[in-house]
Write a new protein. Structure first.
Length: 205
């Protein structure tokens, strides 16, 4: 799962456990700009998301100006096992977004506050609304969707299977329809549900 390969703002831990950390900056330091992806050899001195670069592509630096459509550095539809993207405030979509589910875990790392609906067996509606103001892991098979955000908020999203058992990321709507053309052959995932008492499983901060 992503908690085994990602660290937020902790260079010492990332350096100890990752052979060569990949890093998405959440602020500037004069050399690395906010939103840049780069593989690191030393402490960048700023907060950001560290991720094992061996599960991503070979590119050592991707400027925030060189991201692909929708903010991606790496895309599953282009053969990366883990998708990774950064969205500045002005780039984020209008919420609420479509409630959906993936067959792989999805890690959200926000700057600012978001409200998200997540599937729950403990609610009559089938969903509970939670506040996301720190890293949040959504397991495979959990329906979810961001409902709103605080003005000025920004967001990193990583999704896919770091264990490389699921090579393709799929996305299904509430009716079980596959929304990605490249993922039509995928099997619908086993559903999972959010539980308040297990909140520490999801909130990683």
């Amino acid at each position: 799962m992503f908690e085994e390969v990602t660290y937020i703002g902790d260079w010492d831990e990332a350096q100890e456990l990752l052979e060569r950390p990949g890093f998405v900056a959440m602020e500037d330091n004069g050399h690395i700009e906010e939103g840049d992806y780069t593989q690191l050899n030393e402490d960048p001195g700023i907060t950001g998301l560290y991720i094992d670069s061996t599960i991503l592509g070979d590119e050592e630096v991707i400027s925030c100006d060189s991201r692909t459509e929708n903010g991606f550095y790496f895309m599953n539809s282009e053969n990366s096992p883990v998708e990774l993207k950064y969205r500045f405030s002005e780039e984020l979509r209008e919420y609420p977004e479509l409630i959906h589910v993936h067959n792989t875990p999805e890690l959200y790392v926000p700057t600012g506050r978001f409200q998200m609906d997540v599937a729950s067996k403990e609610s009559e509606s089938g969903f509970v609304n939670i506040e996301m103001d720190g890293p949040l892991l959504i397991p495979a098979g959990m329906y979810h969707g961001i409902r709103s955000r605080e003005p000025g908020s920004r967001l990193i999203v990583a999704r896919g299977d770091p264990e490389l058992e699921e090579r393709t990321v799929g996305k299904w709507d509430l009716e079980g329809r596959q929304l990605y053309g490249h993922a039509k052959a995928l099997k619908f995932p086993e559903l999972t549900y959010y539980e308040d008492k297990l909140d520490e499983m999801h909130n990683l901060w």
